[in-house]
Write a protein that binds this ligand. Structure first.
Ligand code: NAD
Ligand code: UDX
Length: 457
């Protein structure tokens, strides 16, 4: 029986390893993490992350060929293939701070692998890493194992999106595997490919050299984020000219050279990946002396920050230039629907902006806890009275002067807005940061409605 060990039981490691276990009953999969609380949660009825369909997959395999453990050494030691899905955040200190990737967790995983291995292994980079990381990893592994044990490093970046992780893993557009182009490297690529062919059609499995695979992941996220910043930049122009961004998006989406996805104007993109990976790309470009290329990609982030700032400004200016002491309902705090993840969510910047103008916020998100929201907003004793986290949209909007929709949860589309309107202060404002509401219907009820990229009334 082939044994796989997945290091890192987070948003990527957990679902990815669970789907491999589901699709390959003959493979034993152990997912390990240094965090006791995360592993206990994976072994409980309340999984540490919310992801539609994940619970069913875990319930089918856990205890059979899928195990969650904190015994990193034991499972790495026993494995033939080790997937590394540890976090690779942006460095906050030192050389390249604010842009470069912090590879501390990756390096510590590599050192554990070299310490406990006494058989040849394939090491799979699942984490998103700077291009040429495999070279550094190889040095750590071979120098520490004194060359006796042979490691083959593969880059197999993960393209899942949160909220649709299981669907994306079960039916991926493509699986990318990069490896050394010598005989041993090509053999390792085939071994990893043999796992995916259990459920992924052969023609969707792309094999490349190591550096192309590593860079393709950064390129992928940069291209996606760039489309959002492009349409968001257009949304500002739409508001100034009378064009409607949804009509512009629709027209663009029919251009077969562009395609329909990632054209929704919004309050801005969030999530743990886009900003971090673009900053990493910027840093790599700068390190290679490519200043213009670095500046080009930096603009994607600049426009995203502009879009969040513009939203706050719109709220304050529409509400007669003052939100001091006014209750504003925040509907949605996660960075997108169907996840409880708040990493880099635009809601943090919008809420901080409104708190800076002394608004009182009543926040509701179906999956984000009060503790998480307080932590994200760094709610200290002087602003604690300004922030309340409540259990439903009706409570959040009661007696409010305005509503900000910051996440596109489906349930926000089916709220009884007539009832909401009756319980609000007048004039009642709605700022739809995700363009999910029916503009005509809400205006008919009496709301003053602002949505992204549409002219004001
Ligand atoms: P995460 O923070 O949710 O999970 C990482 C886990 O690794 C944590 O639980 C941490 O405790 C564990 N860990 C760190 N060092 C360890 C070590 N030495 N030994 C054992 N466990 C260790 O992160 P994530 O969102 O799953 O992302 C992981 C990687 O995948 C990142 O590089 C990210 O850029 C990439 N990625 C993320 C997504 C996404 O949507 N979240 C999608 C594609 C790729
Ligand atoms: C992203 C990539 O899509 C995925 O391929 C990669 O593996 C990880 O990073 P994720 O961050 O989970 O996935 O979510 P995604 O659906 O890409 O959304 C990112 C952000 O962009 C969210 O805040 C979302 O609301 C926003 N977005 C997305 C828009 O504002 N408009 C769009 O049209 C699409």
């Amino acid at each position: 029986m082939v044994k796989i060990c997945g290091i890192g039981a987070g948003y990527v490691g957990g679902p990815t390893m669970a789907v491999i276990a589901l699709k390959c009953p003959s493979i034993e999969v152990a997912v390990v993490d240094i965090s006791d609380s995360r592993i206990s949660a994976w072994n409980s009825n309340k999984l540490p992350i919310y992801e539609p369909g994940l619970e069913e997959v875990v319930n089918q395999c856990r205890g059979k060929n899928l195990f969650f453990s904190t015994d990193v050494e034991k499972h790495v030691h026993e494995a033939d293939i080790v997937f590394v899905s540890v976090n690779t955040p942006t460095k906050i200190r030192g050389l390249g701070a604010g842009k470069a990737t912090d590879l501390t967790y990756w390096e510590s995983a590599a050192r554990i692998i070299s310490d406990v291995s006494n058989s040849n292994k394939i090491i799979v980079e699942k984490s998103t890493v700077p291009v040429r990381t495999a070279e550094a990893v190889e040095k750590i592994l071979t120098h520490n194992s004194k060359g006796i044990i042979k490691f083959q490093i593969l880059s197999n970046p993960e393209f899942l999106s949160e909220g649709t992780a299981i669907q994306d893993l079960l039916n991926p557009d493509r699986v990318l595997i990069g490896g050394n182009q010598d005989r041993e490297g090509l053999e390792a690529i085939q071994k990893l490919k043999a796992i995916y062919v259990h459920w992924v059609p052969q023609d969707r499995i792309i094999t490349t050299n190591l550096w192309s695979a590593e860079l393709s992941k950064l390129a992928d996220n940069a291209f996606l984020a760039q489309r959002i910043s492009s349409i968001n930049a257009m949304s500002a122009l739409c508001e100034a000219t009378g064009a409607e961004v949804s009509q512009v998006s629709h027209a663009l989406s029919k251009n077969t050279k562009l395609g329909p996805k990632f054209l929704n104007a919004s309050v801005g993109f969030g999530g743990s990946c886009f900003q971090k990976d673009i900053l990493n790309l910027v840093y790599i470009c700068e390190s290679n002396g490519l200043t213009e290329v670095a500046n080009y990609w930096k603009q994607v982030i600049t426009v995203n920050d502009y879009q969040k700032g513009r939203f706050v400004k719109r709220v304050v200016t529409s509400m007669f230039n003052t939100v001091t002491g006014k209750k504003i309902a925040i509907l949605g705090f996660a960075f997108k629907k169907d996840t409880g993840d708040t990493r880099k969510t635009p809601a943090i910047d919008v809420c901080r902006g409104l708190l800076g103008d002394d608004a009182c916020l009543s926040i509701y998100d179906p999956q984000v806890t009060k503790e998480q929201i307080h932590k994200d907003l760094s709610v200290s004793s002087n602003v604690v009275k300004q922030v309340s986290v409540v259990g439903d949209a009706y409570e959040a909007t009661k007696e409010a002067h305005g509503i900000c929709i910051l996440t596109e949860w489906d349930e926000f589309k089916s709220i009884d807005y007539q009832r909401v309107y009756e319980n609000m202060r007048k004039p009642a404002f709605v700022f739809d940061g995700r363009n999910i509401l029916n503009v005509d219907k809400l205006r008919e009820i009496g709301f003053i409605l602002y949505s992204i990229g549409r002219p004001l009334e």
